[in-house]
Ligand binder design. Sequence first.
Ligand code: SAM
Ligand code: SF4
Length: 449
Amino acid sequence: MKKKLYHIITIGCQMNKSDSERIAGYLEKHGYVLSENKDKAVLVVVTTCGVKQSAENRAYSLIYRLKKNNPKIKIVLTGCLSQRKDVQRRLNGYVDIWMPITELDSLAYKLGLEKIENNSLSGYLAINPKYNSKFSAFVPIGNGCDNFCAYCVVPHARGRETYRDALEILEEVKKLVKKGYKEITLIAQNVNSYRAKITNYELRITNKKENEDFKLIKFPDLLRMVNDIPGDFWIRFSTSHPKDMSDELIKAVAECVPASPKLRGAGKVCEHIHLPVQSGDNEILREMNRKYTREHYINLIKKIRKAVSNVCITTDIIVGFPGETEEQFNQTIRLLKEIKFYLAYISQYSPRAGTISAKMDNDVTQKEKKRREEALVKIVKKTALEENKKYLNKIVDVLIEGKNKKGDWFGKTRTYKNVRINGEALLGEFIKVKIKKAKDFGLEGEIIN
Ligand code: SAM
Ligand code: SF4
């Protein structure tokens, strides 16, 4: 019998990459075989992103080209654009199946492989994924967002927050660790607001005594439970929201890092927190509906740095939000200089249909957005270099992620720093490296035996 070949194209964030892994697992369970070449596939799934116009445009040109090259190809569109009426009109005749990711369960029915539409109550996150990596895995703990930041399409595109069963999450992590995975990243749009009821059965298997605290599991509890799973692996989590970064969560992180006095080296949580600030100006933060102030954010960073030694803080920033004046932008500059982030993902504001800020005047010119972006990149490069220099001659643990174009091994430290390595290493393994060179966005070092 001829193989049914499929291919998946993923645009966007970790959540989309993770969704694509579940789609791959689902398709293979239904008899499809992966084709590395998209033009040879009979079925192509495009996991789309709508966070910025540029990401949206990529989906359009990809899909037009796919159908032009092979009119018989079946295209499934999922992700952030799957429920947008304007996108459906624009891609009418090009996309065969529009599939919000929460309806992954019924794809076989839509493809004509099953007679009855499946609508699993446990949700699409319960579907077994086919992981892209053999040593590092994203484990989704929830989907959607309730925050409605004024500029953001995610709550409109992915819907309200839903959280995954704690038992199911722990089971997925246990299976991965058993297979030898070395890095587990718990992901959701807003991991801090994770909350889920735990049943008596879950209480038994996690060896937790039933008490009021453990009837409702919150993110700090979940983090401790994942940390309690035996094995040699690192734990990361993303994304955190500054308004939900509670003292209890900071305490849990401090308790679960290797340096924790309580765990005496058995902590697995990495000393890295990604905490998007978006702007350093209170008026802009209010307009963005972020629900915290600059002062709150600075105070949070102080608390985190005090509780978790050697922690690395990274962030996201938007420049050119409607009405952002030069003085308001300067507030962001001052914040960056004060906090000294190791890394900042800087985006030029892009109006998104349906969001609150799309109705405001997009009055910062493209040229000015670009200038502001470049000014911030310059500052972050400087603060990153300063921070990296602290690593010179230190010995750090590195998880090997691959080889670069020049054939050198590279990996990451627990603190999310890229390290280029001199010497032979093994993919997906931890090694000890002595840092010999510090650059603005990375380190270089030699293997220590
Ligand atoms: N949930 C995370 C948070 O609260 O920060 C981030 C999720 S969002 C998909 C990822 C990043 O995209 C945001 O932190 C923001 O910097 C950027 N972003 C979102 N909407 C944007 C827009 N309309 N224009 C430019 N950047 C945007
Ligand atoms: Fe978007 Fe804000 Fe939700 Fe993050 S918290 S996904 S930026 S609405």
